[in-house]
Design a binder for this molecule. Structure first.
Ligand code: SAM
Length: 334
């Protein structure tokens, strides 16, 4: 089904879809979740996500990232990736989709190769400390560090590279990990990306003072080795840097201090089948309800087009009129 490409009212082309396949998570990272289990929105059969993906790919989506919650908790993710890998982008030349995964890495060691064989192209592992004790303090999981390291190494061996390792910096918890992460990027041959903490957490502890900004990361890194910025496409969220000797790459994703909303090409589907047009949306749009009422693919596409039309111009983090998002990160899918 070929349809006109998706654009919002600000002229941004929407080519990037994130699907959360569960809002369950086996970690309770301090900047994301409370220490309790909390209520869940639940998830859908893979066939439902596949239908949504198929319609959206027909409308111009070229990249799909599976996320959660923790996506690897979901049995059958490999089969789902295989189905996604059969879809072709709508540009008419038979190009395959770019299929990526964001995971905490806890279960990745055994799954990296099967996922690669299923058609996964890339993996991003979230890891917020290279020191095991600090890692345990942040994730509230005493034994996860070795699993995550093994997962990163297995992903590299499987050819899911360049493996990206995302580190959310939270003042008072891990800003002293900036330099060790630089060494880690070089030793493990991964791209480490530092992410500014956003107000999407369950414990509502965000304030501007908790954010370790991009400028601070660059200053710390320069104490270790000098960096050169790598040219990037305007749609890339991360600013990229290489160390002076050419070994190792780091990135900085700075949605708070250097927002990139003007180039946002993303929409998200939550695990319960709602479309979100911005991480900071104060409402979502029930695509799955349209499916339950028996909508055809054309009707789903029309619904999606209407939703995307209303995509927010930008987030308002730190501004007096900021209204918190209607869901926290674990229930959106980062
Ligand atoms: N469980 C998977 C993982 O750990 O990568 C996927 C879901 S997790 C919600 C996706 C990403 O969001 C992780 O990299 C996590 O560190 C990041 N994240 C969660 N809460 C955040 C916040 N308040 N600000 C910035 N990033 C956040």
């Amino acid at each position: 089904m070929l349809m006109a490409a998706l654009h919002d009212k600000f002229g941004r082309a929407i080519s990037d879809l994130r699907i959360s396949i569960t809002d369950r998570c086996n970690y309770k990272c301090v900047y994301c979740r409370t220490a309790n289990e909390g209520a869940l929105y639940g998830d859908l059969p893979f066939a439902d996500y596949l239908r949504m993906a198929r319609v959206l790919v027909g409308m111009g989506i070229r990249k799909i990232r599976l996320t959660g919650g923790e996506p690897l908790l979901r049995k059958g993710v490999g089969e789902f990736v295989k189905e996604l890998a059969r879809l072709r982008t709508s540009n008419g030349d038979g190009t395959a989709l770019d299929i990526a995964l964001t995971t905490n890495g806890h279960l990745l060691a055994d799954l990296a190769q099967p996922l690669k064989d299923s058609g996964l192209t890339r993996v991003t592992v979230s890891m917020d400390a290279v020191d095991p004790d600090r890692f345990a303090r942040i994730t509230r999981v005493p034994t996860g560090f070795d699993n995550v390291l093994a997962g990163i190494r297995a992903a590299r061996r499987a050819g899911l590279g360049p493996v990206k390792v995302n580190c959310v910096l939270l003042r008072g918890f891990n800003e002293d990990q900036i330099i060790p992460f630089g060494m880690f990027a070089r030793e493990e041959d991964v791209v480490v990306r530092f992410i500014e903490f956003m107000p999407l957490e369950e414990d509502r502890m965000w304030s501007p003072a908790t954010v370790v900004t991009m400028d601070e990361v660059l200053a710390r890194k320069a104490e270790y080795r000098s960096l050169t910025e790598i040219p990037r496409a305007s749609s890339e969220t991360a600013r990229r840097y290489r160390f002076d000797d050419g070994i190792g790459e780091i990135g900085i994703i700075a949605p708070v201090s250097h927002p990139f909303c003007g180039h946002c090409s993303r929409i998200r589907i939550t695990s319960d089948g709602k479309i979100r047009t911005c991480l900071f949306s104060v409402w979502d749009h029930d695509l799955h309800a349209q499916m339950r009422r028996g909508a055809s693919d054309e009707e789903l596409a029309e619904f999606i087009r209407g939703v995307v039309e209303k995509k927010e111009e930008r987030h308002h983090i730190g501004e007096p009129d900021f209204v918190p998002a209607s869901r926290t990160m674990v229930h959106i899918g980062g």
